[in-house]
Design a protein around this ligand. Sequence first.
Ligand code: SF4
Length: 252
Amino acid sequence: MENEDWITGNIRLLVGGEPLELQMTVPVKPVKPQRMLPIFQQMTDSFVGMAENSVESAGGKISCGKGCGACCRQTIPLAEIEAYQIAEMVEAFPEPRRREIKTRFETAWHHFSEIGWFERLDNCPDFSHGEREKVVLDYFREGVPCPFLEDEICSIHQMRPLACREYLVTSPAENCAELTAENVKTVDLPIKPSETMRKISNRRNLNQTVNFVPLVLALEWAQRFPDDFPEKTGEHWMADFFTTLTKSEIPK
Ligand code: SF4
């Protein structure tokens, strides 16, 4: 499909040896990368669907289900563009919801500031020493729910970040309350669009160890660093994404 504003193309990938064909409709005109997020969310859902099928064909079962929000107390790593998208989404909420959500963000931000958690994250040494995992685990131990979690259900399910979409476990759901590598078995996705997105939208030279914005920092981040992303056509954003993902030059 091609019209004045949109162009559609097909992408064929081999994911974990399995062929996957995606049809993507992207803006023709230059846009901020936030406009591309629904497309990357859809792509992530396709990869996650493949991973779910492969777990089930091997006789396994995904334990995640509606009403279980244990994982929504973890550090959620956002790409910078997701931080701006979340800030814009919250600003667009009608009152009193906007105020409620902002208050939850402020409460979480104050909590983690007071215990020096953001500082520890910023100063994380090489994560090969396990320090990043420790910092991330300490966040979970504080038991602070995501500002969007309501009655243990994600209130922004359609718009949730890429990292949330990619998180699936096969261990019993009750184990998620005690997060350890032994206790909680996550599904290893062959492709994680969230990681690629963090690389292509790293404008602040976040370091290699911590190249993400924690979700609870999103509103504060967007205020502190006004959005200066360039505008590019949808085809350029896709080429950037797949060049980073495959580490080979993809023609625009
Ligand atoms: S955005 Fe939704 S899925 Fe992600 S941590 Fe928050 S409540 Fe959970």
